[in-house]
Design a protein around this ligand. Structure first.
Ligand code: C2E
Ligand code: MG
Ligand code: MG
Length: 354
């Protein structure tokens, strides 16, 4: 067994080539690592994503075997984070696709291929637009429009998320500036930030710099974070968000319900808003027992003094249920799809007139 990088280990099983036997060993590793242990009354456990490549079927050289085990590991990570996956030929083409995507992405900022779309968040009662979420769009000359679900993970893995995230912040702040100039100083722009950005030493400085450069009030920017990053360093995140919150920047917890949805996070972070993930909104009216979870989340968030946003609201039924259950804000196609800046401002003017 060898450690080949920060959190990457290689296990070699000489003379073992039966897939059932290998899968059994992988199961054992995952199980043993998953045993929880207590430190200072907190319970901890680890998870492992294992990629498996078999010689000679999956490669003739050590390099090839390692590379394909790595490809399989990424597939395992995507599948359920805690488990294993055998290498399959299609993964090679996936990996290649990623490399090609990464190379194009590298120039996307300079070539001005990126833009932001803005999706309104409206008050559940009265439907007035109170803010917008900025969503990154990439129109690549080589690949056409690529969805953030595809290119954000690539940007995160390759370190490109730092310059890209800085660009998004700068653009969003510039839009907030123009909104203020139009008399909409109270409208906020929510910006998604990824774990890798938060972990950077200069994260707080980058955010403050963007605000100062645009000359806007900190309350005009909201940062959306997901739980995933918190796994890496809770203390670091707590300190950084504490500093940002103290300046008046808003903080929202995105995709609530998809991760661990731990109350520890809600207690420990100065988060002022909770976004219920679309997957929960989708079950409204389809499954009565589960629908109750949505109203429970809303109640719980209110007990924490948090504002609640429902994401991905598409139908009138969902909208009615959410308003009846005191959800504060609505975001989704039912209100509006993400739109460009001109349309966003038009929506605000329209709201003013009615
Ligand atoms: P998210 O932050 O949860 O954003 C909400 C996603 O749901 C957006 O997808 C939005 O277009 C989509 N959506 C909103 N309403 C509806 C609806 O009614 N029905 C359906 N089917 N979808 C709806 P999008 O723009 O593809 O973004 C996907 C994810 O990519 C975002 O999820 C966010 O995690 C990430 N992302 C987007 N922009 C950025 C960015 O600038 N930085 C970072 N780090 N991540 C970003
Ligand atoms: Mg978001
Ligand atoms: Mg979300």
């Amino acid at each position: 067994m060898a450690r080949i990088g920060g959190d990457e280990f290689v296990v070699i099983l000489p003379g073992t080539s039966g897939r059932t036997e290998i899968a059994g060993i992988a199961d054992n590793i995952v199980r043993e690592l998953g045993i929880s242990y207590d430190v200072w009354e907190e319970s901890f456990s680890m998870s492992a994503s294992i990629g498996i490549a078999v010689y000679p079927a999956d490669g003739n050289t050590a390099e090839e075997i390692l590379k394909n085990a790595d490809n399989a590991m990424y597939a395992a990570k995507r599948k359920d984070k805690n488990g294993w996956c055998f290498y399959e030929a299609f993964m090679q083409s996936e990996a290649l696709e990623k490399t090609v995507l990464r190379n194009s992405l590298r120039y996307a900022v300079e070539r001005k291929e990126l833009s932001l779309a803005y999706q309104p968040q409206a008050a559940a009662k009265g439907a007035a637009v109170v803010g917008f979420e900025a969503l990154l769009r990439w129109d690549s000359p080589e690949h056409g429009p690529v969805s953030p679900g595809c290119f954000i993970p690539v940007a995160e893995q390759s370190g490109l998320i730092q310059p890209m995230g800085a660009w998004v912040l700068k653009e969003a702040c510039a839009f907030a500036r123009r909104l203020a100039d139009h008399g909409y100083e109270d409208i906020y722009i929510a910006v998604n930030v990824s774990a890798k950005q938060i972990a950077a030493d200069d994260f707080v400085g980058v955010v403050r710099g963007a605000l100062a450069e645009a000359g806007i009030k900190p309350g005009q920017i909201e940062l959306e974070i997901t739980e995933s990053f918190l796994m890496s360093s809770m203390e670091d995140a707590k300190r950084k968000f504490g500093e940002l919150r103290a300046t008046g920047i808003r903080l929202a917890l995105d995709d609530f319900g998809t991760g661990f949805s731990s109350l520890t996070y809600l207690w420990n972070l100065p988060v002022t808003k909770l976004k219920i993930d679309k997957s929960f909104i989708d079950i409204i009216m389809h499954d009565t027992a589960k629908t109750n979870i949505v109203s429970t989340i809303i109640k719980m968030a209110h007990d924490f003094n948090m504002v609640v946003v429902a994401e991905g609201v598409e139908t009138e039924q969902q909208y009615t249920y959410l308003t009846e259950n005191s959800c504060d804000l609505i975001q989704g196609y039912y209100i509006s799809r993400p739109v460009d800046e001109t349309e966003a401002i038009r929506l605000l003017h329209k709201g003013k007139d009615t």
